[in-house]
Write a protein that binds this ligand. Structure first.
Ligand SMILES: Cc1ncc(COP(=O)(O)O)c(C=O)c1O
Length: 313
């Protein structure tokens, strides 16, 4: 695998144009094939932790989660093991491994099912208790990397963006990224606010749950409202992981016009929600879009899209 200690060197920034709008694209998807995007940033803290060497990581989430793949890559790099708990493992996936699940298995992840009675909010306390009794030396990672340790790597990203602005001689920047847990957006805004020379405003939209839910997530990480990114509310309600014709259409247009493959779960919602809104509000401040990786999970999403909208392929 391509992982090495260089992964957190500056990711490139490219100039792109989409539907006539010029903007900057921060390519965190290019950090590494397996350990890329915001997971690389959120888990960077563990990458530099010597104690993890040869130890055990415990994670949980869906069997196709980007977190699963990134934790599998992190475990491999640290010569540690990964036990990743899922609520449900579809038999079809076991018989025909694909996407993040397949890559994570190849990297040596142990994917385990939780007891059927343990659901939703109960999962983390259940695993924490289990860990304390059975694997006290292991490291338990919260779902999607929503944890204080994530700030370490996101702060490095913030510093890269700030340095890039300085090199470009920019005094203002609008930074756009979609949110799941909101961890990346919140820590970015926290690290970038109060910059004396550059005004950087973070714009995000919720892709998992409502705007209120996203604010709740922000509050679990910071009590200071100045750390909260500006939330743009999607015009329609998107259910996470569901297939929407406008999402695959905008994804295809992006690929065609920019030659960049974006992720299919989060990015289309941001391109449909934030970009048109922001360009109407403020046409003068340069925009940077943060590509947060996740493209290895596209394989399974594309298969589903092909079956649902064959006329688009
Ligand atoms: C590709 C991609 N984009 C966006 C997000 C949302 O990130 P966060 O949970 O930090 O809001 C994720 C999840 O981590 C992701 O994998």
């Amino acid at each position: 695998m391509s992982l090495n200690s260089l992964i957190l060197q500056h990711s490139p920034v490219e100039a792109i144009e989409f539907n006539g709008q010029g903007l900057w694209l921060k390519r965190d998807d290019l950090l590494d094939r397996y350990f890329s995007g915001n997971k690389a940033r959120k888990f960077a803290y563990f990458l530099q932790q010597a104690e993890l060497e040869g130890g055990k990581l415990i994670g949980y989430g869906s069997a196709q989660a980007n977190t699963l793949l990134s934790l599998a890559a992190l475990a491999k790099l640290k010569q540690a093991s990964l036990d990743f708990y899922v609520q449900h493992l579809p038999q079809f996936l076991v018989d025909h491994p694909s996407g993040n699940y397949q890559h994570a298995l190849a990297l040596g992840a142990n994917i385990k099912c939780l007891p059927e009675t343990i659901k939703g909010e109960q999962i983390e306390p259940y695993l924490r208790e289990w860990q304390q009794h059975h694997e006290p030396a292991s490291v338990l990672i919260s779902e999607g990397g929503r944890m204080a340790e994530a700030r370490y790597g996101v702060a490095q990203l913030a510093q890269e963006i700030q340095q890039w602005c300085e090199q470009q001689g920019l005094s203002r920047l609008n930074l756009v990224l979609p949110s799941g847990t909101g961890t990346t957006a919140l820590f970015l805004q926290q690290c970038l606010r109060d910059q004396p020379s550059i005004a950087i405003q973070v714009f995000t939209c919720p892709c998992v749950g409502s705007p209120d839910y996203l604010v709740q997530q922000f509050r679990s990480l910071s009590q200071d409202q100045r750390d909260f990114p500006y939330i743009v509310t999607p015009k329609k309600k998107y259910h996470f992981g569901k297939l929407y014709r406008p999402c695959i259409e905008v994804w295809q247009q992006l690929l065609q016009q920019t030659q960049v493959e974006f992720d299919l779960l989060y990015d289309p919602i941001a391109w449909l929600t934030i970009m048109p809104w922001l360009t109407q509000q403020d046409a003068t401040t340069p925009i940077m879009y943060l590509h947060q990786g996740g493209v290895l999970g596209n394989e399974t999403m594309l298969g589903r899209y092909r079956r649902k909208y064959p006329d688009l392929f």
